[in-house]
Design a protein around this ligand. Structure first.
Ligand SMILES: NC(=O)c1ccc[n+]([C@@H]2O[C@H](COP(=O)([O-])OP(=O)(O)OC[C@H]3O[C@@H](n4cnc5c(N)ncnc54)[C@H](OP(=O)(O)O)[C@@H]3O)[C@@H](O)[C@H]2O)c1
Length: 286
């Protein structure tokens, strides 16, 4: 599997997003474990999760526990695996999502995630979403303190605009490793953040890269240009889509979600699949 960098850590060019395995509509645990094991077998070394990927209020960290357990029960070498989690977003259990960006909360959430994930430090800890009630600099100050304390190895942010990226980079003293924003054929307005990360050499992790849990299967119908390239090249439109993400910058690392082994086994093919410049231009315009 081709690799890309998040700061100094080399990870697979295609990661696995854990959300579909823990929120509404999730499969049973056996299928989730099989999906994570399939990813590891294919050479995936980046797993994206969050403490808020759960349904009920008493199961915070459901997805972190699932991923850590499945990595632990896999028989192969997992020494290069990077688990990227997030804090600052909460699910009270009624189907809604809330935010808490108070520095004391973010630090407490990171400590709890570290307990669930195990090990000496969290590989990549991302501040999940800006909290309008808390100055952004204060929330990012918590990431700086977590880095300094060694609780987290790398720090990232999510759902950030260009000003917030620059502010986070400044507060972290240049140690901003990644930005995770929504980006897909249906949602391209994060192109400015993607370009900024490319310029600064910061990893850009597009979330919902295939259009989301409910729409990913229909990608080829919704965006016929992706279907046309897929048919001509003998791969799925999802592989074409992930290759399109990868073609945008060497700093882009898509994290497609999956709840079935077949999905991630198909998606990883994008790492070895190169679009021609003409195909990329057609997809950019589609
Ligand atoms: N930072 C944030 O605020 C934020 C927000 C949302 C998501 N995320 C992260 O981003 C990740 C990706 O987003 P997402 O999971 O919402 O959406 P997505 O990756 O666009 O779509 C996920 C769905 O795509 C399907 N799929 C994956 N590969 C496929 C393939 N090759 N062929 C056909 N279908 C395929 C999967 O189906 P099956 O389930 O049937 O396998 C899965 O349910 C999440 O898992 C999460 O880690 C972050």
């Amino acid at each position: 599997m081709k690799t890309r960098l998040i700061a100094h850590r080399q990870v697979s060019a295609i990661g696995l997003g854990g959300m579909p395995m823990s929120i509404e509509g999730r499969p049973d645990a056996a299928r989730s474990v099989a999906t994570i094991h399939a990813a590891l077998e294919e050479g995936v070394t980046l797993f994206d999760t969050a403490d808020s990927y759960h349904v009920h209020s008493d199961e915070v960290g459901h997805n972190e526990t699932l991923i850590a357990g499945a990595i632990g029960s896999w028989g192969g070498d997992t020494s290069t695996v990077l688990v990227a989690t997030k804090g600052g977003h909460l699910r009270p259990g009624d189907g809604t999502w809330t935010v808490d960006g108070r520095p004391e909360y973010v630090k407490q959430a990171a400590e709890a995630s570290l307990k669930r994930l195990g090990g000496d430090a969290i590989g990549l800890y991302q501040f999940h979403r800006p909290d309008p009630a808390v100055p952004y600099a204060d929330s990012i100050g918590a990431l700086r303190d977590l880095l300094d304390a060694g609780t987290i190895e790398l720090a990232g942010i999510s759902n950030a605009n260009p000003e917030q990226i620059l502010l986070a980079r400044e507060i972290l003293g240049g140690r901003l490793a990644s930005v995770q924003n929504q980006f897909s054929p249906a949602f391209r307005s994060s192109e400015s953040e993607l370009r900024l990360c490319d310029e600064l050499g910061i990893a850009f992790l597009p979330w919902r890269p295939l259009g989301g849990i409910l729409s990913a299967a229909a990608l080829g119908d919704r965006f016929p240009a992706f279907q046309t390239v897929a048919a001509a090249r003998g791969v799925s439109p999802q592989v074409v889509c992930l290759a399109w993400h990868l073609s945008k910058s060497p700093h882009v690392i898509p994290i497609p979600g999956a709840s079935r082994p077949e999905s991630i086994r198909d998606s990883v093919q994008a790492a070895e699949f190169t679009l021609t410049p003409e195909e990329s231009a057609t997809l950019d315009a589609a």
